[in-house]
Design a protein around this ligand. Sequence first.
Ligand code: MG
Length: 284
Amino acid sequence: MNLPPWSIGVFTSIDAGLGVHLEVAKELDIPSIQLHTPHAEGRTPQAAEKFLKQLDAFGIELTCVFGGFDGESYADIPTVERTVGLVPLASRAARLVEMKEISDFTRLLGCNTIGLHLGVVPHDTHSKEYAEIIEVTRQLCDHAKHNEQNVHLETGQESADALMQFITDMQRQNLFINFDPANMILYGMGEPIPALKQLGSLVRSIHCKDATWSQEPGKTWGAEVPLGKGQVDMRAYLTALKEIGYRGPLTIEREIPQDRERQKAEIQHAVELLVQLRKELLGQ
Ligand code: MG
């Protein structure tokens, strides 16, 4: 990756997921993106080649491809537990196969990182269910390793303690974290800044997203809000990123596809805020 430290990024989508389209990144002069994987029919060598040409023409670098699956719903926290990631048993085997295909497609895109929401990992680390999630995640990590990729787990559904324990138990060298401070708040999983400091060098990519706490954290959703308007203190967040030595992209995630104009305007504001903080904190 040739990007300078703390390059601005944005979460994008092609035909699935809630990110902005690549053209928006271009229009806002954003130099890097994460990509929500396209649907299976869009994961062909021809599609990869076309996308790479677009990236090249726009001068944009792809830093991570996020997996996602049909049937996932973030409607509320119990629904997330039932439907998201590799945790739900009924879809686990098929989703592992699909996630491996996404890893292969990511390789076609020349990208060395895949990310995903693993789902809500069982809390009892001595349970059979926990051991099974370790096993399926190892299979994914080992497949990614063949593709010379790291796997980044999106934060949110676990506390920092639980995530540290999980990664220790995994015993895989290519497993890291995509830290999302807003998710810690949305899911009620702890204050984001101490969590970030605790996870430290395991954090290899991040989302810049903001949120407000729910009245009943962990039971009901908090609210996702524009960057700088919520309870993630952005200056403290970037200061902590500096402290842990994070130099990767600052990838803005704002998922309100029902209002594309507002989404773009809010991302533009987020870019301005991050550029200003970067200047203050990194002097560039
Ligand atoms: Mg996120």
